[in-house]
Design a protein around this ligand. Structure first.
Ligand SMILES: O=P(O)(O)OC[C@H]1O[C@H](OP(=O)(O)OP(=O)(O)O)[C@H](O)[C@@H]1O
Ligand SMILES: O=c1cc[nH]c(=O)[nH]1
Ligand SMILES: [Mg+2]
Length: 210
């Protein structure tokens, strides 16, 4: 699996703001939006383009557009904070949604929402979720996409734990990963260390579990 780590200084300052426990929700969301722009910029480097004719105020020339705009899939809740920034940078894209909540005892993802096109063959997909911890949630999401015929999945994360990367690698799914950091590991509650805490709660506040 192809793994890209964005170690740009501006990505690292946003990441630091997100890690800092003193950062309030509004500043956390702002840092996530800015970091998402950088992750999408990097992920889009390999997007195929096509040329077409345009007219500048001076003369005729060739313009460039995306040959096959992606489907964006934020994983609710935490991935919602990446959706606007991704859509702003790739306005030609469309959006599907997957809702997953990790069970606090088994750490397995529980699916509660799925809104995706039926056929994803020939369609590149950018999955948006800030956290790759055990990898259960992202493996589940990427399987939903592969089951619909998708063969080109790029997962965009803020933090990835080595065990989660290995799980995605072992899954055999057709994906690559773009992240701002590979962290040390997981603690006994399967939180990423040093991490940033619960990315959903830090954006939107705590929620009673079902
Ligand atoms: O790799 P995993 O071990 O599966 O953990 C990662 C998942 O945990 C978080 O979501 P969470 O289940 O907390 O839901 P939330 O976004 O509603 O907070 C995160 O956004 C990932 O989806
Ligand atoms: O560290 C973690 C692990 C899973 N989900 C989060 O939001 N944070
Ligand atoms: Mg959460």
């Amino acid at each position: 699996m192809d793994v890209t780590v964005i170690d740009h200084p501006l990505a690292q300052t946003r990441l630091t703001a997100m890690r800092d426990a003193r950062t309030d929700s509004a500043s956390f969301r702002a840092a996530l939006r800015e970091l998402t722009t950088m992750l999408v910029y990097e992920a889009a480097r390999s997007f195929p383009v096509e040329n077409y004719s345009i007219q500048t105020p001076v003369t005729a020339t060739e313009g460039t557009r995306l040959a096959n705009p992606p489907l964006l899939v934020p994983v609710l809740r935490a991935g919602l904070g990446m959706a606007d920034a991704a859509l702003a940078l790739v306005p030609e894209s469309s959006m599907g949604f997957v809702g997953l909540a990790r069970d606090e005892e088994t750490y397995e993802p529980r699916a509660y929402m799925e809104s995706l096109p039926r056929d994803l063959s020939g369609r590149p997909v950018l999955v948006l979720d800030p956290m790759l911890a055990t990898g259960g949630s992202l493996e589940h999401c990427c399987r939903l996409l592969a089951d619909r015929g998708c063969t080109d999945i790029t997962v965009l994360c803020v933090l990835a734990a080595p065990v989660g990367i290995e799980r995605l690698e072992r899954s055999g799914l057709p994906l690559r990963l773009v992240t701002a950091s590979i962290d040390e590991g997981l603690n006994d509650r399967m939180f990423i260390v040093p991490g940033l805490g619960d990315a959903g709660d830090r954006q939107f506040g705590g929620m009673p579990r079902f």
